[in-house]
Design a protein around this ligand. Structure first.
Ligand code: ADP
Ligand code: GLC
Length: 482
């Protein structure tokens, strides 16, 4: 049996702000239990739903030196779907109204604390991982601390590490002096070949330098991040480590995202009866959100963090024109940057029966949108993988995406001559190119319904479950552990 430990800052069903949580909550379940014992460490945020907090059992606690203090580390545990989860508890660090705060120094502090606490906790929980799989900058110090202090101890000796990049934009950067102080790492670690980047300390960089292998969440993004445009300043390092870097495509949990068995949608449907049933979800949603009720109107869904990563500049640029001229309805669900939240509120005021702006977070509504919409718009500036388009495909909502990162790897462009493809795509980050792709989709939807329906059929038949990718992770684990 090989022991694998996931360490991450969020995971379904405990806490979620985006796709990272979906991956952390679904991949461990798919790793073969005959050969691997996969467990997961998360912070115990006080903003977790009460129902989830109630599941946690206290195991033990100890004090750990950190940031010139002796700090309490509580360890809690729960088992969900046969996967054991552990939680690091400390009120000063994780008692916040949301999982993340806007204070970059505090973020560095709490996740440096988390990384050290996870390593410190291992002997007390009696689980010695053969490999620690770290996710995003919040866990970048795990490979660093492991090499720096823990590996001298027999218990830790030989533990391998993998660093997975879910989003290279976020790196956990702050000035060297403060980070040195907080982490207790010596000046040796803060040079440009280690944790320092462009004069700052950089936690993700630490992980990328010290991990035994690096992965990211799609093959195309794995290539893109070696370029200046997508490299976020770390392309040099990623090129230097390109032999240890691979892209493994994310999957989604097919038991949660299953239109035939989804309790969150009013009218479940399958690959064989969607033509009759899916439309009923559209009517229900139009009713619920106060949109004009018409089963024929082309409905575009957007479920997203409202950040510039997701291409909202392009949408802002042409939304007025499209809402005033096109026979469309747009349903938005998302939170994020105020300028985008306000843009959608403005359009919802002006075009009340055509656009519905839902500026909040809701699992229920997200499923209803995947089920009700005809198309799903995701014109990202960059996209490490993207899970929303996979959910859309499964629910028969045709993705309209920019050809970048995982979007390029998962949405096959429609070819009207060969009658192939699962979605509509465009190449350049340009608002009119995006509008052209949307209007092309509209045209096929309204004028060539049969062809449209076949696009939906192909999308629903595509397989983005974890099966294949879980196998790729296992191969990598075996190769590293030996
Ligand atoms: P990212 O991780 O960059 O945000 P992904 O496409 O990988 O993008 O994953 C986004 C996940 O978050 C999907 O599961 C999507 O349904 C969900 N999501 C995003 N915004 C919301 C929201 N406001 N309410 C509910 N779910 C949301
Ligand atoms: C990040 C990326 C997204 C990816 C998700 C899960 O949030 O932005 O593209 O799907 O992580 O890996």
């Amino acid at each position: 049996m090989k022991n694998i430990l996931f360490v991450a800052s969020e995971g379904v069903p405990f806490i979620k702000t985006g796709g990272l949580a979906d991956v952390v909550g679904s991949l461990p379940k798919e790793i073969d239990k005959k050969y691997y014992d996969v467990r997961v460490f998360l912070p115990k945020y006080s903003c977790m739903r009460q129902e989830m907090k109630d599941k946690l059992e206290y195991i033990t606690s100890f004090y750990m030196d950190f940031d010139w203090r002796s700090m309490y580390v509580g360890i809690m545990t729960a088992v969900v779907d046969d996967v054991r989860y552990y939680f690091i508890d400390n009120e000063d660090m994780f008692n916040t109204p949301r999982p993340y705060t806007d204070d970059p120094l505090f973020e560095i502090k709490r996740f440096a604390f988390f990384s050290k606490a996870v390593l410190s906790a291992l002997p007390t929980i009696g689980f010695r991982p053969d490999l620690i799989h770290c996710h995003d900058w919040q866990t970048g110090l795990v490979p660093v601390y492991l090499k720096e202090r823990f590996q001298n101890n027999d218990f830790y000796h030989g533990i391998k590490t993998v660093m997975t990049i879910h989003n290279l934009r976020f790196q956990g950067k702050w000035n060297v002096k403060d980070v040195e102080n907080i982490t207790g790492l010596s000046g040796y670690y803060f040079t440009p070949d280690k944790l320092e980047a462009y004069k700052d300390a950089n936690l993700l960089k630490g992980g990328l330098v010290y991990a035994d292998a690096i992965t990211t969440v799609s093959p195309t993004y794995a290539e893109e991040i070696k370029s200046k445009y997508y490299g976020e300043g770390l392309d040099g390092l990623l090129n230097a480590r390109s032999h240890d870097l691979r892209g493994i495509l994310n999957g989604i949990d097919y038991s949660v995202f299953d239109p035939a068995a989804d309790k969150r949608i009013p009218h479940p449907y399958s690959k064989s009866n969607w033509r009759k049933e899916k439309i009923k979800n559209k009517i229900e949603l139009q009713k619920e959100l106060g949109l004009a009720q018409d089963e024929k109107t082309f409905m575009i869904g957007i479920v997203s963090r409202l950040t510039d990563q997701k291409g909202f500049d392009l949408i802002a640029y042409v939304m007025e024109e499209m809402l005033s001229l096109d026979a469309i309805q747009v349903v938005v669900l998302g939170t994020g940057e105020e300028r985008y939240e306000n843009m959608f509120r403005y359009f919802a005021e002006k075009y009340g029966n055509k656009l519905s702006a839902n500026i909040y977070y809701s699992e229920d509504l997200s499923h209803k949108i995947y089920a009700a919409s005809d198309a799903f718009l995701m014109p990202s500036l960059f996209e490490p993988c993207g899970l929303s388009q996979l959910m859309a495909l499964r629910y028969g909502s045709v993705p309209i995406v920019r050809e970048t990162g995982g979007l390029k790897d998962t949405v096959q462009p429609y070819d009207e001559y060969a009658q192939t493809g699962t979605g509509f795509t465009f190449t350049n980050y340009n608002a009119h190119e995006m509008m052209h792709a949307v209007r092309y989709a509209e045209k096929i939807y309204y004028d060539r319904k049969k062809d449209w329906n076949h696009i939906v059929d192909r999308g629903m038949a595509a397989d983005f479950s974890w099966k294949k990718s879980a196998g790729e992770y296992q191969l990598m684990y075996d190769w590293l552990i030996g």
